[in-house]
Design a binder for this molecule. Structure first.
Ligand SMILES: Cc1cc2nc3c(=O)[nH]c(=O)nc-3n(C[C@H](O)[C@H](O)[C@H](O)COP(=O)(O)O)c2cc1C
Length: 252
């Protein structure tokens, strides 16, 4: 009876649930190196990408010995808790809640994270709390400890996936093997392994997965192996029942 009530309530509370992939790569690239790194990375893992763009596309950050890049960073460090310290970026519509893992790919600017990406993480880093987060930094030659500190400041409650990967001008051409070895070193495959019943791919099995499953049945979405929680080869109302049973009892 309790189960039926829960299912009815869930039908009533039905909301649209995104069936996104589990990993989101968030990046900024001014001269294209980080973009190339992301292309190489996403040829090795299954991930969605989110590229951040500045609202003002007329700026030449490298002009006058990187003067504008320097000004943007100085404004941030003068008052890092103030949203007005960060340069405006284009609006982003993607929802972070649908992902369990994020990989941040950023250029280094004067030993820090590029200002444009800092804006995005200032506003959204909190949404990555408790989730897996990895960091890849591209610089010409400078070491990346300042960028790591920025990432820790902007995503204070991340579950960091090992050490950050540093790719520089001298080894950028070797990025394919650097990324491959980094993914092994941080145990990426194990950290992002499927969680049984995690229908919506957010890394946990909870009530939102029941809603995702119902949404899928109502919309007649394509068969997805993760949704077949009772392993009978099809996705049906019996999977909703199995998942609800699990959530109520704690055992499959
Ligand atoms: C404003 C600015 C400041 C930079 N400061 C440094 C620096 O201090 N040390 C360094 O090694 N590279 C520095 N770089 C170079 C970038 O980190 C490097 O070229 C990186 O690969 C750029 O990534 P992108 O092509 O994705 O924009 C700077 C670049 C810019 C635009």
């Amino acid at each position: 009876m309790k189960k039926i009530q829960i299912i009815i309530l869930l039908f009533l509370a039905l909301a649209s649930v995104d069936m996104s992939a589990k990993t989101l790569v968030v990046y900024y690239s001014y001269t294209g190196n980080c973009h190339e790194i992301v292309q190489t990375l996403t040829s090795q893992i299954d991930a969605d990408t989110l590229r951040i763009y500045p609202a003002d596309k007329t700026q030449h950050y490298e002009a006058n010995n990187y003067a504008i890049g320097t000004q943007l960073l100085n404004a941030i460090y003068a008052d890092p808790g103030n949203p007005d310290s960060y340069p405006a970026i284009d609006p982003v519509s993607i929802s972070l809640a649908d992902y369990s893992t994020y990989i941040i790919v950023t250029p280094l600017w004067w030993s820090h994270m590029a200002a444009i990406l800092q804006t995005y993480l200032f506003h959204h880093g909190g949404e990555m709390a408790g989730k897996n987060v990895g960091l890849i930094v591209s610089s010409h030659s400078s070491g990346i400890s300042g960028v790591v500190a920025d990432a820790q400041r902007l995503i204070p409650e991340a579950e960091w996936m090992g050490d950050a990967l540093w790719i520089n001008n001298a080894n950028h051409r070797n990025r394919e093997s650097l990324i491959k070895n980094w993914l092994i070193a941080i145990d990426y495959d194990a950290l992002t392994a499927d969680v049984k019943g995690d229908v919506n791919g957010d890394g946990a099995t909870d009530i939102s997965d029941v809603m995702a499953l119902i949404d899928m049945l109502l919309n007649g979405d394509a068969y997805q192996p993760d949704a077949d929680v009772n392993d009978d080869g099809s996705v049906s109302i019996s999977d909703v029942s199995t998942l609800t049973d699990y959530l109520l009892s704690g055992t499959w």
